[in-house]
Design a protein around this ligand. Structure first.
Ligand SMILES: Cc1cc2nc3c(=O)[nH]c(=O)nc-3n(C[C@H](O)[C@H](O)[C@H](O)COP(=O)(O)O)c2cc1C
Length: 203
C-alpha cells in the first residue's frame, strides 16, 4: 500500500512538472511571436501627419477597418451625417488631385484617398465629420499606415473642384481629403503639450 502511494505521488509530481514546463514554453513563445499591441493612448500620442507614400496599395480590409473607425465617431443625436468617397484608382486620383499645387505626390502616391463629406442638412455635420476624420487618421496610424488631413470645407477653392470632380450632390460637402498609404517618411510626432492652454475651474 505504502509503495503504491509513493509511486502515485511520483507520477503526479512528474505530471505537474511537465504541465508547468508546457505552460512556460507556451508563454515564452507567445511573448516572442506576438509584439505588444499599442494602446489607444500610444496611437493617439504617436500619430503624426504623413505626406509621403511609397505608392503601395492599401488593402480592402485595411480600408474597411479605417472606415469603420470613422463611423464609430460620436455624432449629435447620433445622426451620423458623414459620407465617404473612397478612391483607389490611381488614374482617377491623379485626375482629381494631380494638379494640387501643395503637393500632388501626396495624393498620387497614396494607396487610397478618402474624401470625408458631410450632409449639411444636419446641424452639427461639421463637428460630427471632424470626429470621424480624426478617427480615420488614428485608425490608419494604428494599422501602420500614414495619412494626413488636407483641407476641404470651408475653403471654397478646395471644395468646388472636389465637389465637381466627384459629382457630389448639393447638400454634400467635402470636409477634408485624406490620402492614406504606406509611409515613405518617418517624422517624429510633434510635442504639443502646453499647460498654458489649460484653465482649471475658471479662466
Ligand atoms: C483643418 C485642417 C486642415 C489641414 N489642411 C492641410 C492641408 O491642406 N495640407 C497639409 O499638408 N496638411 C494639412 N493639415 C495637417 C496639419 O498641417 C497638421 O495636422 C499640423 O501641422 C500638425 O501636425 P501633425 O498632424 O503631424 O500633428 C490640416 C489639418 C487640419 C486639422
Amino acid at each position: 500500500m505504502l509503495l503504491l502511494n509513493i509511486n502515485q505521488n511520483h507520477i503526479n509530481m512528474r505530471k505537474i512538472c511537465f504541465l508547468t514546463a508546457l505552460v512556460a514554453v507556451a508563454l515564452l513563445s507567445g511573448c516572442k511571436s506576438q509584439p505588444k499591441e499599442p494602446s489607444a493612448l500610444d496611437v493617439i500620442m504617436t500619430r503624426t501627419s504623413i505626406r509621403s507614400f511609397t505608392g503601395d496599395p492599401v488593402t480592402q480590409d485595411q480600408l474597411e477597418t479605417i472606415l469603420k473607425a470613422g463611423m464609430a465617431a460620436p455624432s449629435a443625436i447620433n445622426l451620423q451625417p458623414w459620407k465617404f468617397v473612397v478612391m483607389t484608382d490611381k488614374d482617377k486620383i491623379a485626375g482629381t488631385f494631380g494638379n494640387n499645387p501643395r503637393g500632388a505626390d501626396m495624393f498620387t502616391k497614396a494607396g487610397a484617398v478618402i474624401v470625408v463629406c458631410g450632409d449639411t442638412s444636419s446641424m452639427f455635420w461639421f463637428e460630427d465629420c471632424s470626429a470621424a476624420a480624426e478617427n480615420i487618421l488614428l485608425a490608419a496610424h494604428a494599422l501602420n499606415l500614414g495619412a494626413v488631413w488636407t483641407a476641404g470645407y470651408p475653403a471654397q477653392d478646395r471644395v468646388k473642384p472636389v465637389s465637381e470632380a466627384l459629382n457630389l450632390p448639393e447638400n454634400i460637402v467635402p470636409l477634408c481629403i485624406i490620402p492614406v498609404g504606406v509611409p515613405a517618411e518617418d517624422p517624429q510626432p510633434k510635442d504639443k503639450w502646453n499647460p498654458s492652454n489649460i484653465h482649471y475651474e475658471k479662466w
